[in-house]
Design a protein around this ligand. Structure first.
Ligand code: NAP
Length: 286
């Protein structure tokens, strides 16, 4: 049986581990807060006490942790050193350009093959195995990784050398977080000018100005309820990664800067663990 160690059983990692189990992988899981990994034990996963224990002798390491620092700590704290000979590390967390380079170097230093594979899709696509995997790395690793990608995703793109996946992921996330900031401002503008924000969503619905995202996240903003699919804390992290990448490329990302300010306000007011639609709470107070 092919063994895979999954580090991180949060909103994304837990359903990915479930789908790997369903696809017939032997799955070992580790999570900093062990209680969050325990439900997977009843579904056939081995719950490990440390990253090294999870990775011991495994054919794949799959990391799905909050950020590059968390991934580096877990991977270097025993995980990559205890993998099976020839194992592949599939790094699926969103870590940005510099973060990806740092992790790729870590893998190279320890002689482990590294695939940069951030994902598109949120809680529900993760649960349904419908993520889109933006993979890049050594060309001969694609075939090896395909069964893992097929288990967690609807499709994967193979984008070239490691780093291409993380760069595309940031471009897409800039679109997502920019749209979200504009949506929050638009709903706030409606409120500030005495327009019922629901009439804005109804007006664009089904036409060329609509976006499924506007309807789902806009509905949450209007209700003021934010059950998390993607937390404001992590969305703010991604806006920071976008700004770093933009500046390295010679751009001044004015929209991302405004969205970052809105998220900072929302997080300061206690919405960090709620869905990123709570960005509107940072607009309301600014
Ligand atoms: P989440 O539910 O908040 O889970 C975060 C995970 O990281 C948990 O396992 C958490 O452990 C762990 N963690 C955080 N800080 C840590 C540290 N210092 N050391 C060790 N572990 C640490 O987040 P998620 O939504 O699954 O996101 C995971 C990654 O996927 C992030 O990079 C995110 O940007 C990316 N992503 C998310 C989505 C989405 O829609 N949710 C979509 C695409 C990509 P504890 O349980 O102990 O806190």
């Amino acid at each position: 049986m092919t063994e895979i160690a999954v580090l991180g059983t949060g909103i994304m990692g837990a359903p990915m581990a479930r789908n790997l189990l369903s696809a017939g992988f032997g799955v070992r899981v580790w999570n900093r807060t062990t209680e969050k990994a325990l439900p997977l034990a009843g579904e056939g996963a081995a719950v490990a006490d440390s990253p090294g224990e999870a990775a011991s002798g495994a054919d794949f390491l799959l990391t799905m942790l909050a950020d590059a620092d968390a991934v580096a700590e877990a991977a270097s704290g025993g995980a990559i050193d205890s993998l099976a000979e020839g194992a592949v590390w599939i790094q699926t967390s969103t870590v940005g350009v510099e973060g990806n380079e740092r992790l790729a170097r870590l893998a190279a230093d320890r002689g482990v093959r590294f695939v940069d594979a951030p994902v598109l899709g949120t809680r529900e696509p993760a649960e349904q195995g419908q993520l889109v995997v933006l993979a890049s790395g050594p060309g001969d690793a694609e075939e090896r990784c395909a069964p893992v990608f097929n288990a967690v995703g609807a499709k994967h793109l193979w984008l070239g050398e490691a780093g291409a996946g993380s760069r595309l992921k940031l471009v897409v996330n800039n679109w997502i977080t920019g749209l979200l900031g504009l949506l929050g401002e638009t709903i706030s503008l409606a409120r500030a000018t005495g327009v019922d924000p629901r009439s804005f969503l109804e007006t664009i619905q089904g036409g060329p100005l609509d976006a499924p995202y506007a309807q789902s996240k806009g509905g949450m903003m209007i209700q003021g309820e934010y059950p998390p699919s993607f937390t404001s804390d992590l969305a703010r992290k991604d806006v920071g990664l976008v700004m770093d990448a933009a500046r390295s490329g010679g751009l001044e990302p004015a929209i991302a800067e405004a969205v970052a300010r809105y998220f900072d306000g929302a997080i300061e007011d206690g919405h960090g663990g709620e869905d990123m639609a709570a960005v509107i709470e940072g607009i309301a107070r600014s």
